[in-house]
Design a binder for this molecule. Structure first.
Ligand code: PAF
Length: 280
């Protein structure tokens, strides 16, 4: 596996790889887990070679403490990428991605500023900007993102469509722990009973899915989710959005088309998110 730390190095490596066939891209902020490996497996299934990136993107963090505390585990990340058969990994410096005097941003003006974007102002602008830069540096045929970050995936799909970027975007199903907790690099920051209590994210969505299938309204479902999350003292429901998957507009009453329920739950040190796509 080629480890590239500069833009010219990764550009040359990508050019060589593309001579041999198509290329899949998996962008990450490191602290890799089985969820990232599922993205790599999906990319490997579709392409001759896979390139990964490790870059903790400062512009998508609102709270400087969150950025500082973000887990950095480069050595084990590299072992995992190598074992997964990744052809090359790009690990840039912040100053390479954001050169001095940098003043260009990319933003999906509506999608970035609704739902989870209201809780984390500027977050999706940071994501869209860094993903654009990485797509411009690494000319891959397709990129793979987890469905757990559902709004992020929607933002990236919209950006690629609107800006005519020549890359296909694939959403990959969320990988979960045995008790249903979605894998996340943030899970290691749950303390005491919080790890046990964090099961309520998936549990509340499972109850919600059953209710939708029974023909209940989204208002009844929202009430149930508030109750299930509220039953755990360490968990505070911060965001609850029920949207139409095509328009990303809020749904009311009994849904007629596929919806997505997105929740974010605050624990002492960490905000966890989860989602479920449900067809009535
Ligand atoms: O999902 C992530 O890990 C990050 O938001 C991404 C897409 C790598 C951009 O920094």
């Amino acid at each position: 596996m080629q480890i590239c730390r500069t833009i010219p190095e990764i550009r040359q490596t990508v050019a060589d790889l593309r001579n041999a066939g198509t290329l899949g891209l998996v962008t990450t902020m490191g602290a890799l887990h089985a969820g990232h490996m599922a993205l790599i497996d999906a990319a490997k299934g579709d392409h001759a070679a896979v390139v990964a990136t490790i870059f903790v993107n400062p512009t998508q963090f609102g709270d400087p403490k969150d950025l500082e505390n973000y887990p950095r585990t480069e050595e084990s990340d590299l072992e995992m990428l190598k074992a997964a058969g990744v052809a090359a990994v790009f690990i840039p410096e912040v100053s390479d991605i954001y050169p001095e005097g940098d003043e260009t941003i990319v933003e999906t003006t509506r999608l970035a500023n609704v739902l989870h974007g209201l809780v984390r102002p500027g977050h999706f602008r940071g994501v869209a900007t860094v993903v654009t830069k990485l797509f411009n540096i690494i000319a891959a045929d397709a990129a793979y993102f987890g469905k757990k970050d559902y709004q992020q995936l929607a933002v990236i799909r919209r950006m690629v469509r609107d800006l005519h970027m020549p890359i296909a975007i694939h959403g990959v199903e969320t990988v979960r722990e045995h008790d249903g907790l979605a894998l996340s690099s943030r899970n290691v920051r749950l303390i005491g009973d919080e790890r046990y209590d964090a099961r309520v994210l998936n549990l509340s969505l499972t109850v919600a899915e059953a209710m939708i299938k029974e023909g209940k309204t989204v208002e009844e479902v929202a009430e149930s989710i508030r109750g299930v999350i509220g039953s755990k003292r360490s968990a505070k429901l911060q965001g609850l959005d029920i949207v139409d998957v095509k328009t990303f507009e809020p749904v009311t009453g009994v849904p007629k088309d596929t919806i997505c329920i997105m929740i974010s739950v605050q624990f002492m040190m960490v905000l966890l998110i989860d989602q479920r796509e449900i067809s009535p």
